[in-house]
Design a protein around this ligand. Sequence first.
Ligand code: KG4
Ligand code: ZN
Length: 358
Amino acid sequence: MNNDSSGSAEPVVMGIETSCDETGVGIVRGHELLADAVASSVEEHARFGGVVPEVASRAHLEAMVPTVQRALDDAGLTLADLDGIAVTAGPGLAGALMVGVGAAKAYSLATGVPLYGVNHLSAHIAVDTLENGPIPEPAIGLLVSGGHSTIMMVEDLAGKVTQLGASIDDAAGEAFDKVARLLGLPFPGGPYIDRAAKEGDRAFVRFPRGLSAAKDQEHHRYDFSFSGLKTAVARWIEARRLDGEDVPVNDVAAAFQEAVCDVLTRKAILAAKEHGVDTILLGGGVAANSRLRALATERAEQAGITLRYPRPKLCTDNGAMVAALGSHLVAAGVSPSRFDFPANSSMDVEIVSLADRL
Ligand code: KG4
Ligand code: ZN
């Protein structure tokens, strides 16, 4: 343990993230971020319009040791200073996860530092502690990334997280990426749509808000659906082209983004109100979206709910989020993971860490 001048022990934890195309290694001391090294293979995937799993795995393999070294150098630490090593055990791309899990096991075995296999989704929520301090519990987490759109009830970030709702088809980030492609914008599309939308009119067309009708309220109250929205945008663009007219990219981007952000914020606030929870946390790559942050702020304020989100760089995949969750687990006295845990590409959102179990 690393003792500060007041004598309190703040765990120093390294987090390793390899679930998709970012090799992330972060180091934290308690809630303090010491290093956040990220090596991305995104440019190698861009020409394919999506992440190619084998290419991602190989890039992780090449980047792993230098990225760990860079994080240690940035933090001015060595492996011997660590109190824990946390790693994303899932969900994500199987081969990509295996590289991080294998590396974390090797570092842990070589140093004797306890190992924590953690859930990528809870890590997206935990990263907020690095910016805004301890999370009030219970809190509602709105987790929106390339693979997930989930409303979570966080009763205890060290172990009790339940899913209230999720996308029944495309994830929010996936919808951003697909619509960007329809509009001829590069991959990954989220940031490009965000930028284009700033110059557009969000009331230009009213695109459908999935699962928002009265009939959906019983079975899909907190669920999302974005594939109908994507199809509606595709049809609209097609019709416009058939008429020989130009597609107003900025306006379509703004109107599409508005439909996504409207549903996400409306349902997250409904979940908080109906569960008597007064804090909402945004996490995941789509939480970097400027309109989502603005609309959520506006609506949370109206509802008397506290809204928290980390800076954009900490919303997208990184190692600091894994380290933040690891540090929280160490401080909470959660048991480390057994060495034989596997990488789990479809890890259940409700499993925060693989404490003592397979
Ligand atoms: O959390 P993340 O980095 O990786 C996953 O766990 O999936 O999320 C990546 C997703 C991509 O779909 C990307 O287009 C989206 O987050 N994204 C955004 C923005 N920045 C990243 N979507 C909307 N607006 C943004 N500014
Ligand atoms: Zn992610």
